[in-house]
Design a protein around this ligand. Structure first.
Ligand SMILES: Nc1nc2c(c(=O)[nH]1)N[C@H]1C(S)=C(S)[C@@H](COP(=O)(O)O)O[C@H]1N2
Ligand SMILES: [Mo]
Length: 433
């Protein structure tokens, strides 16, 4: 026994007795883990959908639709119906991501004694497992941190957020899948959702269950627990209440309108004012350096395609046939507006000016804004062809405000807000030359 003592852990958190909370144990860890299993799966899927919808310029390996790379299997032509599609998928992604923070923290707290397990590495297999946990925990922390910073601080990572969050997600999900494969049976058992494995050989079922239970408890259950101040169910309830509270102060930004007032955690403190243009603004004209001369009488709309070019003054644009669409703005950051009533010229109508009326091809939309990642965008042919896709001139019965993209902005059904370019000055239909 003396030699075992010598090899024992140093005083401190590596000793099992150091951890006293009676809440720790397989049941708590399993319940939180199962919630995360469902939640992270939804986050991952809605996240991939978001990339398919946005299709930002990441890198050659995954962005070359249609000859996309192997990490680009999820890319497809984002549909324009239902027109609220991105509003829902991204609202879920961001709200759920925020709501899972207490669950993630509680889950990490529940397994923290294992972080200090002694010896740190028992075998090669154990070493590999711990390495995968590093990717798991580090990946989760990275994804949650970058996501929350992005929605709270309004693109602190200029352009590169998408790359970081995207590749981070692949690293995280790889470790996550490994973790789930190894731990799911244990978690289901510990949560009471599955009985213990039937005995192999002579052992009776009860014995096997005990053995499985003991294995599950190892490293989690404190050998010298302190007196409980709350039950395990109570602890899970607290975590649930924390998540609920976060949903209450977040979801309003995705519902928009009156409910935005409840979105205490929503970024963009700026007040969009009231009236027809009184809805959420992503970037104001001033903040991206739009000068009044850019959008004054000298402003022109240039339409190019099929080897032709047409230049229109604002007056000429106003004289074109007008259409109406009720469409929301749904930002990548998770906030969205209720449907706004837009009036403008259909993209198909503008394509017709250069002889491309039927089968309108993809279109490159460019704004007067100099630089900045949102100053131009490519809309795919299904987006350009949709009768609801407009170059909008008015909203809710009034001329567009400068902050909402005067003189003209794009509005497309089902698309992320970032595709609704403001202060448009040029449309180039067809493959770029
Ligand atoms: N030229 C330009 N267009 C832009 C942007 C921009 O920064 N510059 N932001 C985009 C983003 S990310 C969103 S969510 C919507 C927001 O439109 P809104 O400010 O009218 O609500 O505009 C899009 N169009
Ligand atoms: Mo956005």
């Amino acid at each position: 026994m003396a030699s075992a003592r010598q090899a024992g852990p140093p005083p401190g958190p590596s000793r099992p007795e150091f951890w006293r909370s009676p809440l720790r144990g397989p049941w708590l860890t399993a319940v939180l883990g199962l919630v995360l299993l469902i939640g992270v799966t939804v986050l991952f899927l809605t996240g991939l959908l978001s990339y398919a919808a946005y299709n930002p310029d990441l890198a050659v390996v995954n962005d070359q639709t249609p000859d996309k790379g192997w990490l680009g299997f999820y890319l497809f032509s984002w549909p324009t119906s239902p027109y609220w599609l991105y509003r829902v998928t991204q609202g879920v992604h961001v709200t759920l991501g925020v709501a899972l923070v207490p669950v993630l923290l509680a889950k990490l707290w529940s397994v923290i004694p294992k972080l200090f397990a002694w010896p740190a590495v028992r075998s090669v297999a154990h070493g590999i497992e711990r390495l995968s946990l590093l990717l798991l925990v580090g990946g989760a922390g990275f994804e949650f941190a970058t996501g929350i910073l992005n929605v709270q601080l309004h693109y602190v990572f200029p352009g590169s957020f998408y790359t970081l969050h995207f590749y981070g997600a692949w690293v995280f999900i790889g470790a996550f899948v490994v973790h789930v494969v190894f731990r799911l049976p244990r978690a289901l058992r510990a949560a009471g959702l599955r009985p213990g494995e039937p005995a192999a050989g002579a052992q009776d079922a009860a014995g096997a269950q005990d053995a499985a239970g003991a294995q599950d408890a190892a490293g989690l259950v404190p050998p010298r627990p302190a007196a409980p101040t709350i039950s395990r169910r109570g602890a899970v309830g607290m975590v649930g209440l924390g998540s609920l509270a976060l949903i209450v102060v977040t979801a309003g930004q995705s519902v928009g309108g009156w409910f935005r007032q409840t979105a205490l955690l929503a970024p963009h403190g700026q007040d969009p004012g009231s009236g027809p243009n009184g809805f959420q603004i992503n970037k104001t004209a001033a903040s991206v350096g739009i000068r009044s001369s850019d959008i004054g009488p000298a402003w022109r709309l240039t339409v190019r395609g099929a080897g032709r070019q047409v230049d229109l003054t604002y007056g000429q644009l106003l004289a074109l046939p007008r259409s109406e669409s009720s469409l929301p703005i749904a930002c990548v950051e998770g906030w969205s507006t209720p449907d706004q009533h837009w009036t403008g010229v259909r993209l198909t109508e503008l394509a017709a000016l250069v002889g491309l009326g039927t089968n309108t091809p993809q279109v490159l939309v460019e704004s007067v804004q100099r630089g900045g990642s949102f100053s131009s965008v490519v809309l795919r042919d299904n987006q350009a062809r949709d009768a609801r896709s407009l170059l909008a001139l008015r909203v809710n019965g009034a001329v567009l405000s400068h902050d909402h993209g005067y003189p003209a902005r794009v509005i497309v059904p089902g698309a992320p807000g970032v595709h609704n370019t403001k202060w448009v000055t040029r449309l180039t239909f067809g493959e770029p030359a």
